[in-house]
Design a protein around this ligand. Structure first.
Ligand code: MN3
Length: 208
């Protein structure tokens, strides 16, 4: 079954002024769409792999045929990363911004001592990633971790489950923030949908 571009869960201008409408249109409609199209192209002659879930493809990246491994890493990773990214954002009117609550708040406080420290660590990872990539909060099977990955590499490729991720490719922020990646990271917290992030953690911990 072919992989498909998911609809954005909100209009393109919903995250204004933090993420502008044109960035969202290009990011979702062109960049994410290209990852999906190129993933399908890479799997064209591999019926066995077409039957696998995106998560299974990424978890098993090392076992894929060498001829398509890099294409699946880049485009399958890109597809999975962006699908998560849209889902963990929302306008303030739909739960974006604020602070984590409940199980997620407890887990963050336990792992990173406070929400402020957590945000500092994500920012350090995001700003410290040279070139293109992502900063992540992941569940490693036992605990929460923060790190960055290059390009479109997914934490699934090292057996971790992504809980929250921020895209720090220039295409994610350049129209509005130009070279000011730290400002983009600071502003981004205003659209993070903590309820969804919390659901991701609950699911990851339950091993489903
Ligand atoms: Mn992107």
């Amino acid at each position: 079954m072919a992989h498909t571009l998911p609809n954005l869960p909100y209009p393109h201008d919903a995250l204004e002024p933090i993420i502008d409408k044109m960035t969202m249109e290009i990011h979702h409609g062109r960049h994410h769409k290209a990852y999906v199209d190129n993933l399908n192209k890479a799997l064209e002659n591999h019926a066995d792999l077409q039957a696998k879930s995106l998560e299974d493809l990424l978890r098993g990246i090392k076992d894929l045929p060498e001829a398509i491994r890099t294409a699946v890493q880049n485009n399958g990773g890109g597809h999975h990363n962006h699908s998560l990214f849209w889902e963990i954002m929302a306008p303030p009117s739909s739960g974006g911004g604020g602070e984590p609550t409940g199980e997620l708040k407890t887990a963050i406080d336990n792992a990173f001592s406070s929400f402020t420290e957590f945000k500092n660590k994500i920012k350090t990872a995001a700003v410290g990633r040279f070139g293109s990539g992502w900063a992540w909060l992941v569940w490693d099977g036992k605990a929460l971790q923060i790190y960055s990955t290059a390009n479109q590499d997914s934490p699934l490729m090292q057996g971790h489950i992504p809980i929250l991720g921020i895209d720090v490719w220039e295409h994610a922020y350049y129209l509005k923030y130009q070279n000011r990646r730290p400002d983009y990271v600071d502003a981004w917290w205003g659209v993070v949908k903590w309820r969804k992030v919390g659901e991701n953690l609950t699911k990851a911990r339950s091993g489903k």
